[in-house]
Design a protein around this ligand. Structure first.
Ligand SMILES: [Zn+2]
Length: 242
């Protein structure tokens, strides 16, 4: 019976179209993971003014005839995409190896901030639909200018102002992220934004590369290297559209 129907060319074309639609729907139903991590490369990764230089070297290299390839890295804990633990600005704050995984994995909202905005203050924050989001990542001028893949350190990156930081922690946000190597205004007289956010035990992700993640809702996984007793560490951050 079925074979007879497929002998009719019009039915066969229809059946093929149905199968194609199902395949498309399956692909559309499982969005791909997006890498939101800046690639660590001393030629293209910015280093915060005054921070340690980044060095990557090969101790042994099969391309030069060695029997194996073996590298050594030397870099600041806050290099590239990284997580700040409470210990960064609180004497008795939790180190990076003690941050709860629950804060680092789960739903996150990317908020698009206009290129003209440098200070994400309470007024700017409230222009956006941020309430109800468990984790918030700010996609700013720094992403538009691809500053996480330029070795030049820019001082005029967009930052989270203390009044916005206060709103975020008061709302119980579990994690805050930004797309340049600090969430704090460059040259701020005191690290108030860091103290407010980290003071609630909330980790901050800095140096995200949100080029491929426009505003919207995502699942986030950001996992810093587990270095015992230190205040921060480089991390891999990935996003998937919800
Ligand atoms: Zn940091």
């Amino acid at each position: 019976m079925l074979a007879e129907r497929f002998l009719n060319p019009r039915v066969a074309v229809f059946a093929l179209a149905v199968v194609a639609c199902q395949v498309y729907a399956e692909q559309a139903g499982t969005p791909a993971w997006i890498d939101a991590t800046a690639t660590l490369d001393s030629a293209t990764t910015p280093v915060y003014e005054g921070d340690a230089p980044m060095r990557f070297a090969f101790l042994k290299d099969m391309r030069r005839g060695d029997p194996l390839t073996l590298s050594v890295f030397s870099l600041g804990a806050h290099s590239g995409t990284h997580v700040d633990a409470p210990m960064h600005f609180l004497v008795d704050g939790a180190p990076v190896d003690r941050i709860a995984l629950d804060a680092l994995i789960g739903p996150a909202r990317v908020i698009q901030i206009a290129d003209s905005v440098q200070a994400i203050d309470a007024v700017e924050l409230n222009r956006h639909q941020w309430r109800g989001a468990e984790r918030l990542l700010f996609r700013t001028r720094s992403t538009a200018r691809r500053w996480m893949s330029s070795a030049v350190f820019h001082r005029d990156f967009a930052y989270i102002a203390p009044d916005a930081a206060q709103l975020l922690v008061d709302a119980g946000v579990k994690l805050v992220g930004i797309d340049y190597i600090s969430a704090e205004q460059f040259g701020a007289p005191a690290p108030r934004t860091h103290r407010i956010i980290l003071g609630r035990g909330t980790p901050i992700v800095e140096g995200l590369d949100l080029s491929d993640a426009p505003g919207g809702d995502y699942d986030l996984i950001v996992l810093p290297m587990k270095v015992r007793g230190h205040e921060g560490a480089p991390a891999r951050a990935i996003l998937r559209r919800r």
